[in-house]
Design a protein around this ligand. Structure first.
Ligand code: AHR
Ligand code: AHR
Length: 503
């Protein structure tokens, strides 16, 4: 039996039902439950952490009118519906106000109050500051700048005292600092430092005040209060390596006189164990005095000089086995975190590559964006089309002329000419070097608005996307004054399959 089948079977047994078809869709909390250590808190702004979760992931609030909007998933067990955020926050700014607990226990994270080390309330994260791609879908992480913090001091089911628990989180391993303390996990319910052993949280960063590992950092350590521990000793522990994967899986777990630190690359490979042994030989840490609050981005006493980015994380009841965590890591890798701007069905938009862009609307799935008489239109292209037609329908992807995190499309057969919009229609024109041309020729890929393929937002008109309308190509809003802004089939018309180049 494969590991996946074993997990599926165990899930079925635990749930008292026989659902082998769940095998392919076990999410982290299904895996922890199958291992006998269920999630008691599950937080993510990028995806569902249970295969059956179909609720809200997080809430945003926009500055224009202080209205709030819950951001859900594209489908049960699936990825965040970032398009909801994009349209709700269009033309204004949004903050993340609530990170919902998917476990059903109501352990939501909200704006942290003041604490012993720093007043409050803490700042909320800018909702667009940590964009990511996950399995080709656009999503946003929680970007913690110094001063930002989330907390819940009134939880249900979180370990207290010396009770066993586990935690994992996925962070941006390149975003950290040396301030105290970018944490996710168990802390004091008073927001005050109540003594050694009153916390048990994952720490990530390069502060060396209490503990550190090999190299220059950053390190994953355990914040056990009045100490970030990289191993059994206060101070230096050689086995805790510097880890700075762009997407980092970080783990801390603890049970009576036993705890561990683990970590790995959230995009590939397996976990390593950086510490696995007894509690530090310092008064207060054995037994532990956990209080069961949950913090994100701050220390137990609301120290908030820290920085980091959080994508997902959970806390469990019980001490998870290494095997359970290894299965969770495999699922995280399979979830497909990426910084690539392309994605979605059929291919990616990698600078330097050539692509053809196929319409996905049911009328037109054999039509591709091509230039003709300097205009961008769609034409039916097949393997028996002329080489001129194939050349006209082939585009070289470049980093965006106005912004390298977006893209521009250079004509295959007219070097130096790019797709650009003018009066909202799209043309092939020669790059004149102006900043207007650069902006008009820059498009920012997102997961397809219809749920398939890729949508391409205009850089300087971000509510407008490359669209075909009566076989002509525009940048179109969803509803608007022009006929090509028609809402009818807009989502399909702005969703393109990125395909192998015809030429
Ligand atoms: O343990 C390190 C930090 O020390 C804790 O996060 C904080 O409560 C205290 O300042
Ligand atoms: O396409 C809309 C705008 O029209 C472009 O930014 C500009 O080139 C033209 O004025």
């Amino acid at each position: 039996m494969s590991a996946g089948a074993a997990v599926a079977l165990a899930v079925g047994l635990l749930a008292g039902v026989s659902t082998p078809s769940r095998a392919a869709t076990s999410q982290p909390c299904d895996i922890y439950a199958a291992g006998g250590t269920p999630c008691v808190a599950a937080h993510s702004t990028t995806r569902a952490l249970y295969a059956s979760y179909n609720g809200a992931l997080y809430q945003v609030r926009r500055s224009s009118d202080n209205a709030t909007r819950d951001i859900g998933v594209l489908s049960a067990g699936g990825y965040a519906n970032a398009a909801t955020q994009d349209s709700f926050c269009s033309g204004t700014t949004c903050l993340i106000t609530i990170i919902y607990d998917q476990s059903g226990r109501g352990n939501h994270l909200t704006q942290a109050p003041g604490g012993g080390a720093a007043g409050g309330p803490d700042n909320l994260a800018n909702a667009t500051a940590a964009p990511t791609t996950i399995n080709g879908h656009k999503a946003y992480g929680v970007y913690v700048a110094p001063g930002t913090g989330y907390r819940n001091n009134h939880t249900s089911g979180i370990a207290t005292g010396d009770q066993p628990e586990g935690m994992y989180a996925v962070f941006d391993g390149t975003h950290y600092n040396g301030g105290c303390c970018f944490d996710y996990g168990n802390a004091e319910t008073s927001s005050n430092d109540t003594g050694n052993g009153h916390m048990e949280a994952i720490y990530f960063g390069n502060i060396k005040v209490w503990g550190y590992g090999s190299g220059n950092g950053p390190w994953v350590m355990a914040d056990l209060e009045n100490g970030l521990f990289s191993g059994v000793n206060a101070g230096y522990n050689a086995n805790d390596p510097t880890v700075n994967y762009r997407y980092l899986t970080a783990i801390v777990k603890g049970e009576p006189n036993h705890w561990a630190i683990r970590g790995g690359n959230a995009q590939s490979g397996s976990l390593s164990t950086f510490y696995n042994g007894v509690r530090p030989n310092v008064s207060g840490y054995n037994p532990m005095h956990k209080e069961g609050a949950i913090i994100l981005g701050i220390g137990g006493d609301n120290s908030k000089s820290s920085a980091g980015t959080f994508y997902e994380g959970v806390m469990t009841s019980g001490y998870p086995s290494d095997a359970t965590e290894n299965a969770v890591q495999a699922g995280v890798v399979a979830a497909g975190y990426s910084t690539s701007s392309g994605g979605g069905t059929g291919g990616t938009l990698t600078p330097g590559s050539s692509v053809s862009l196929r319409a996905t609307t049911s009328c037109c799935t054999d039509r591709y964006i091509r230039h003709q008489n300097d205009q961008a239109i769609t034409s039916v292209i097949t393997s028996s089309s002329s080489s001129l037609d194939k050349d006209d329908a082939t585009w070289i992807v470049h980093g965006g002329l106005a912004n390298s995190s977006c893209v521009s499309f250079e004509s295959k057969n007219y070097p130096g000419d790019y797709l650009r919009h003018q009066n909202y229609q799209v043309y092939r024109q020669h790059n004149d070097g102006s900043s207007l041309f650069a902006a008009d020729a820059t498009f920012c890929p997102q997961a397809g608005k219809s749920g398939q393929g890729t949508s391409l937002a205009s850089y300087n008109y971000p509510d407008r996307y490359i669209r075909h309308y009566n076989n002509t190509v525009y940048i179109a809003g969803n509803g608007g004054s022009h006929d090509f802004d028609s809402s009818t089939s807009w989502a399909d018309d702005v969703s393109w399959a990125v395909e192998q180049p015809w030429a």
